[in-house]
Design a protein around this ligand. Structure first.
Ligand SMILES: Cc1cc2nc3c(=O)[nH]c(=O)nc-3n(C[C@H](O)[C@H](O)[C@H](O)COP(=O)(O)OP(=O)(O)OC[C@H]3O[C@@H](n4cnc5c(N)ncnc54)[C@H](O)[C@@H]3O)c2cc1C
Length: 294
């Protein structure tokens, strides 16, 4: 197994920010992953790193990166699709589309892995009410502590209901489980329709999303649209460091360039706190979506 020491986590997040990891592990298969996850008690997991804001002045002991894990995709005779946690979302979508199924083409632009998407219950905006959970039958997990589904070290199968999916939320936020794979049921879809949906999604993202600078998608899963519009107009933050996008509501951007020119974790956190305060002032609910490793 590949192990890197004193590796900068900034290379593993789409926001290009993160401190040093003393030991970064890259398991190649499920057995290695399970053994490692049980051995390193307080380890953290990183998939696509596309929903993470990581402290850049902290040292992390053990991080397990799921990107080099074997990517398994399978379809049963009765149409159930199984994908391992390390499969890229685009790969899953291409696979189901090739097999005459579809339904999650809106995730074609999302730079995450299946495990991270299930953890986050990734989907379209709240108004559309579509998430990956719509198609989940069950999720295979390793219990990292004693749970009602199994004791520490046991592999368990959680039904969709067991996963307690909510808007960008799931039982996995308890961090009691490592997601290993998931079983899905997708509706039938013609190749023309799925290709059209993929293209529509990419066109929409090109038009609406501020992808020129490092980001992690939406900062908040609950926020007031009017206040977020104000934040966008003001482009709160430091233009040469961390700042809110002037193009996409609810997106925080980091600056490209040398490390010294980029924004810091402290500044990112302060901006998030500022927006939370603004909501408090107007008595509006506000909840971060991004997972923060303090
Ligand atoms: C340009 C851009 C566009 C985006 N668009 C969308 C969008 O349209 N909709 C949307 O919902 N999100 C969007 N996001 C956010 C993000 O891509 C999703 O939340 C994605 O599902 C995160 O997956 P990941 O593999 O990158 O997870 P990571 O960021 O690597 O991890 C997120 C959390 O999941 C945990 N985790 C990851 N894998 C596992 C596992 N196997 N077992 C247990 N825990 C695990 C991590 O420890 C971490 O706590 C976007 C982000 C970007 C950068």
């Amino acid at each position: 197994m590949k192990v890197l020491t004193n590796e900068s986590l900034s290379s593993y997040t789409t926001f290009c920010m993160g401190g040093i990891c003393k030991n970064m592990y890259f398991p190649q298969n499920k057995q290695e992953l399970i053994q490692l996850a049980l051995e390193k008690k307080d380890c953290r997991f990183i998939g696509g790193g596309s929903n993470l804001l990581i402290n850049d002045s902290k040292e992390f002991d053990n991080v397990i990166c799921l990107r080099e894990l074997s990517q398994e995709l399978d379809i049963s005779d009765d149409g159930f699709v199984t994908a391992s946690a390390s499969v890229r979302l685009q790969k899953l979508i291409n696979f189901i589309n090739k097999n005459g199924m579809g339904g999650i083409e809106y995730l074609f632009s999302v730079p995450g892995l299946v495990g991270g998407a299930i953890y986050m219950n990734a989907g379209r905006g709240k108004a559309f009410n579509c998430t990956i959970a719509d198609h989940i039958v069950s999720v295979e997990v390793l219990c990292l502590e004693d749970t009602k589904f199994g004791g520490r070290g046991e592999v368990a199968e959680l039904s969709k209901e067991d996963c307690c999916f909510g808007y960008r939320n799931s039982i996995f936020h308890s961090n009691s489980f490592l997601i290993l794979s998931a079983k899905f049921r997708f509706p039938e879809m013609s190749a023309e329709e799925s290709a059209k949906r993929r293209k529509e999604r990419l066109d929409l993202c090109r038009e609406k999303q501020d992808n020129l600078k490092p980001n992690f998608g939406s900062v908040f899963c609950e926020a007031n649209p009017k206040l977020m519009k104000l934040v966008r107009k003001l482009q709160l933050g430091d233009k040469d460091g961390v700042h809110f996008s002037g193009k996409t509501n609810n997106w925080l951007l980091n600056s490209k360039g040398k490390k010294s020119e980029k924004g810091s974790f402290d500044k990112a956190l302060k901006l998030i706190e500022k927006v939370k305060m603004l909501h408090k002032l107007f008595r509006k609910p506000c909840k971060p979506e991004v997972i923060i490793w303090k």
